[in-house]
Write a protein that binds this ligand. Structure first.
Ligand SMILES: NC(=O)c1ccc[n+]([C@@H]2O[C@H](COP(=O)([O-])OP(=O)(O)OC[C@H]3O[C@@H](n4cnc5c(N)ncnc54)[C@H](OP(=O)(O)O)[C@@H]3O)[C@@H](O)[C@H]2O)c1
Length: 446
């Protein structure tokens, strides 16, 4: 069946940086679709082609067109309906995929317009809708969006994107946990002392300020990516690796997470200075979660994430209890850890204590390392390529359900009305992030 993707936000950052490379690779892999990019900033298609579409792929150039589309102008809906009908011709064996990559404040209007466009399409054809994260601003708006969405599309036709689910390391977490008996036996609160999730970026808000200002760090990453990581780290084994069973186990975890009590929000210094006192948004957060399931109750999960840090770091530390401390009386023996790194490379390290050479029974922690690229020697597709491919194929295994999203909003609700309590110098870690973990007598692994 022919597929037409209608790209809202077809001039935006996401489209340019992530979606264009994904579309190019998918065409190379043999997928066949036409893309209609919608945007305001170019009135002429030629401007769009010159400025946005890379000349490296002639194939992609032949599969993309541009339509000037201002959501505030009702004529845009008429123009888009006309454009789709012209492309369809007599061919009703076509699927329309509406992809909304806009700031969340525009979702509601976009969905209403899509409804109107769809009513005007000449034949009744198969359709899908794709919505980017964050899905809403809070619990209430997420429910409203979902109500509007489900009044036009069936749940089967709705793809809610959290591109972390398209990342190889997320899928690998489930294989590592559930396909290794030595891991299965110890992955619980009897053996794990604490978990640390550290996602630091060196970049600031840059040209995304308009978008970011209304969102802040919790809505941008914690409500979606971080909570999905936590579900993958702590969920019980699904009865099968089907989208329904995985989602069922994820929902069990999310329902068991208490609304966040311990957290801090901060903002990097030059953002405040640059914009005067107008910018109130948070760019860094540290939080503590508890998953109150039989397997994980009592294990604190510390998270720190945000912008303008000294070093880009995407790491998860699973720290095991130390029952060997002072076994030999004269030395501290390090606890074991599993360290999952996703950036710059995907690696998994397990630290084990080994005898230091030329010593009398002195132990030293040594890292046993798995490097994904070296081991499998394959070019792993980028997350968005996997996400878009699943959408084209109608496979819902990499998309959170609305129930997951709803629970995630419930968990982060206390942070949404929180104030920024610290302004940190650029490229330094906020002090409040250290306070959060040190008040429990622990420190960050990195
Ligand atoms: N950027 C990323 O790396 C990234 C990663 C993951 C998820 N996302 C998600 O993707 C979505 C879009 O983010 P983004 O970074 O691409 O935002 P962005 O760069 O600010 O782009 C926003 C897009 O919305 C269009 N737009 C704004 N007002 C419009 C109107 N009245 N009528 C028609 N079009 C309008 C803009 O068109 P004009 O500029 O032509 O006016 C532009 O194409 C967000 O939900 C975000 O969370 C982004």
């Amino acid at each position: 069946m022919k597929q037409i993707i209608i790209q809202y936000g077809g001039t935006g950052d996401l489209f340019r940086k992530k979606l264009i490379p994904a579309y190019i690779n998918l065409l190379k892999k043999g997928h066949d679709f036409h893309l209609i990019a919608l945007g305001r900033r170019y009135t002429e298609a030629s401007q769009f082609m010159n400025e946005i579409i890379p000349t490296i792929s002639e194939q992609f150039q032949n599969h993309v067109s541009y339509l000037h589309y201002d959501m505030k102008d009702p004529q845009s809906v008429i123009d888009l309906t006309q454009e789709i009908n012209d492309r369809l011709g007599d061919e009703c064996e076509t699927e329309l995929i509406y992809y909304i990559a806009l700031q969340p404040s525009l979702y509601e209007l976009a969905i209403k317009q899509i409804h109107d466009v769809n009513e005007g399409v000449r034949c009744s054809i198969s359709k899908k809708i794709v919505v980017e994260k964050p899905f809403g601003f809070n619990s209430e708006s997420a429910k409203i969006y979902n109500g509007i969405l489900t009044s036009v599309f069936s749940d089967e036709e709705i793809y809610r994107v959290d591109h972390y689910l398209g990342k190889e390391f997320m899928q690998n977490l489930l294989i590592m946990r559930f396909h290794n008996d030595i891991i299965r036996g110890i992955w619980n609160n009897r053996f794990i002392d604490n978990i640390q999730i550290i996602f630091d970026e060196t970049l600031g808000v840059e040209q995304r300020l308009g978008f970011y200002e209304k969102i802040g760090v919790v809505r941008d990453t914690v409500q979606n990516h971080i909570l999905q990581i936590i579900t993958h780290l702590t969920m019980a084994e699904p009865s099968e690796f089907s989208p329904e069973e995985i989602s069922h186990e994820k929902i069990r975890v999310l329902k068991a997470i208490r609304p966040i009590k311990d957290f801090s929000l901060s903002r990097y210094e030059t953002l405040s200075k640059l914009q005067g006192d107008e910018v109130r948004t948070s760019t860094y957060t540290a939080l503590k979660f508890y998953v109150d399931t039989f397997e994980f109750a009592g294990v604190p999960i510390y998270v720190r994430t945000g912008k303008m840090q000294n070093e880009a770091r995407s790491q998860i530390y699973v720290n095991f209890r130390n029952t060997m401390d002072r076994v030999l009386g004269d030395q501290q023996i390090a606890a074991n850890s599993v360290i999952i790194t996703t950036n710059p490379e995907m690696t998994i390290d397990i630290t084990l204590n080994m005898k230091r050479p030329n010593s009398k029974w002195k132990a030293e922690p040594v890292r046993f390392n798995f490097n994904h690229a070296d081991t499998f020697n394959v070019n792993t597709p980028e997350a968005y390529e996997q996400i878009v491919e699943k959408i084209l194929e109608g496979d819902k295994s990499l998309f959170p359900s609305f129930e997951e999203i709803e629970e995630a909003w419930r968990i982060v609700t206390p942070t949404l009305s929180g104030n920024v309590v610290e302004t940190y110098p650029d490229h330094t870690r906020p002090k409040t992030a250290d306070d959060l973990i040190e008040s429990d007598g622990r420190s960050w692994n990195a």
